[in-house]
Ligand binder design. Structure first.
Ligand SMILES: CC(C)(COP(=O)(O)OP(=O)(O)OC[C@H]1O[C@@H](n2cnc3c(N)ncnc32)[C@H](O)[C@@H]1OP(=O)(O)O)[C@@H](O)C(=O)NCCC(=O)NCCS
Length: 186
């Protein structure tokens, strides 16, 4: 049965996706403190808010578990220019019966250089190469950049969880997007 126990490194032109290691924790934790990442991923609820970070010990436990998990692959995103870790891409919530999984990613300090688009393409290439039929994700309405890159690689808007995120004095819709193997262009 299909699972995510095998965790390959995926090499692209401008990024490399390498399976996460516990040694990545200090770098990832520092990047997770980026308020823009917190806001756009819904973990910060006010304009000036700071992300609440896991402790290094908690993150080490989480990533140690993910290194061998059969229901997810967590990659660090490496900038091929200098080999630096710039973010994380994760295939998660594997549903073996329905050949479906979830996806999320974030990049800090290296946005708008094409790295995110290639990281999504590499992740989807792997998901469909191992036999998945469908990948789905959530994206907040105010995250127009993320929505743009997801649409660019073929994700389709499937529905909206209205006012799912509380932010400042208002509410933000959360869109559900999906990509099918039959529509994946590579
Ligand atoms: C979303 C994210 C992964 C995109 O990665 P990236 O490397 O910055 O994106 P790229 O450089 O590959 O592509 C950016 C594209 O968005 C466009 N863009 C930039 N800002 C935009 C905006 N505010 N609205 C719409 N499109 C925008 C660019 O023009 C470019 O499009 P093009 O390639 O068609 O010209 C990254 O910005 C990120 O992680 N942001 C913070 C956390 C986050 O949003 N995670 C996703 C949660 S769903």
């Amino acid at each position: 049965m299909l699972d995510f126990s095998t965790k390959p490194t995926l090499s692209g032109l401008i990024v490399t996706l390498r399976p996460v290691e516990v040694g990545d924790v200090p770098t990832l934790r520092a990047l997770m403190a980026d308020p823009e990442v917190g806001r756009l991923t819904g973990s910060v609820h006010t304009s000036g808010g700071q992300p609440e970070l896991w402790t290094p010990e908690e993150l080490t436990t989480i990533y140690r578990d993910w290194m061998t998990a059969s229901d997810r692959i967590a990659w660090v995103i490496l900038d091929n220019d200098n080999g630096a870790i710039v973010g994380e891409a994760v295939l998660n919530r594997l549903d073996q019966d329905n050949l479906c999984c979830g996806f999320r990613l974030w990049i800090s300090g290296a946005t708008n250089r094409g790295l995110g688009t290639e990281a999504v393409r590499l992740s989807m290439g792997h998901a469909f190469a191992v036999g998945l039929h469908r990948v789905e994700l959530d994206v907040y309405d105010f995250n127009t950049r993320a929505r743009h890159i997801y649409e660019k690689v073929g994700f389709v808007l499937e529905g909206t969880r209205r006012e799912a995120l509380r932010f400042d004095d208002g509410w933000v819709d959360c869109h559900v997007m999906g990509l099918l193997a039959t529509q994946w262009q590579g």
